[in-house]
Design a protein around this ligand. Structure first.
Ligand code: PRT
Ligand code: ZN
Length: 285
């Protein structure tokens, strides 16, 4: 039987979320002893565990049909593969940072400076776009210590909370790229692989939608029902059921994570009571 071959990170920041995504898609992987490769019982998929840096190449070469990798790695490696979907985890940004005491007023600051990074291609593009000439020092790790040991005047590195920069006396001054994990595919998949990918993607989208939404149940006095229903976005007709207590109804609806708290506040102000918020496991629309 044909199987969709997927490459995911072997260990590291994307591993847990990648495996969780597969599990949430109903794909149970049997972990091999040496964890180079795993198969699944309930979906025609084969999983390869690799270093993230190698994933774009494996997908270009069709060793894997698809892969999960950070946008930062994908763009830096510059391999031939197509982005299929943003996956909503592994969020970070590739940023320029300089010493906290530096007087930084704009990219011109970087003219003639030495910039340490593990992302030479993305940095060069950023410099070119901004008309800046600087020297790129490619190093393979611990970029954040480069200014402190006199190896560079600035760095370009990944940042999420910013605490690594802070602890090394640096400040973030420019964003080169915003990044998250993406699903990439080989550019010329066969018909069967394409069909398997569609099936997988259908599940990924249902999982993503569910993660971005909450199911909300609340009690509303009937005289406030109209006002409360109007606050529930995107739902043409939420479920409204009469409560045993006369004059009250139960309203069920779905709220998106992004404007969730704001709407909950408005619902409370409008007279909603007993608000229950429940996670959604899958959402197929
Ligand atoms: O072994 P392998 O090559 O597979 O892994 P790796 O060591 O190259 O990568 P890994 O596991 O560190 O990261 C994998 C991917 O996770 C990256 O390519 C990004 O797409 C994504 N990601 C998300 C991050 C971060 N957030 C992040 N914070 N990758 C690295 N970091 C670093 C950051 O540079 C800093 O040094 O984590 C440190 C902590 O960050 P702060 O800002 O929270 O202090
Ligand atoms: Zn790596």
């Amino acid at each position: 039987m044909n199987r969709l071959k997927i490459a995911i990170q072997k260990s590291g920041r994307l591993y847990d979320d990648s495996v969780r995504l597969l599990k949430d898609c109903g794909i149970d992987l049997k972990n091999g002893v040496n964890k180079l490769k795993a198969e699944c019982d309930n979906f025609p998929m084969e999983i390869y565990f690799l270093r993230d840096d190698d994933i774009p190449q494996y997908v270009e070469d069709a060793v894997a049909d698809v892969g999960i990798v950070g946008e930062n790695v994908f763009y830096e490696k510059n391999k031939r593969a197509e982005i299929v979907e943003q996956l909503g985890f592994g969020k970070c940004r590739l940023s320029v940072a300089v010493g906290r005491g530096e007087h930084y007023e704009g990219v011109e600051y970087l003219n003639g400076k030495r910039i340490a990074t593990t992302y030479p291609l993305l940095v060069q593009r950023f410099l070119d776009k901004n008309g800046v000439r600087a020297e790129i020092q490619e190093i393979s790790g611990s970029v954040e210590i480069a200014p402190g040991i006199g190896l560079a005047d600035a760095i370009v590195d990944l940042v999420s909370s910013g605490s690594t920069l802070f602890m090394n006396g640096l400040k973030e001054v420019e964003t080169v790229l915003k990044s998250q994990a993406i699903l990439i595919r080989n550019e010329s998949l066969g018909v069967e692989q394409q069909q398997l990918l569609e099936k997988f993607l259908f599940r990924i989208r249902a999982v993503k939608k569910a993660r971005n939404n909450k199911y909300v149940l609340l009690n509303a006095p009937n005289d406030k029902l109209k006002e409360i229903i109007a606050l529930l976005p995107g739902m043409k007709s939420p479920t409204v059921l009469p409560l045993a207590e006369a004059g009250w109804s139960s309203v069920h609806s779905v709220l998106s994570e992004s404007d969730f708290w704001e709407i909950i506040e408005k619902l409370t102000a409008a007279g909603a009571q007993g608000i229950l918020v429940v996670p959604i496991e899958k959402m197929v629309i």
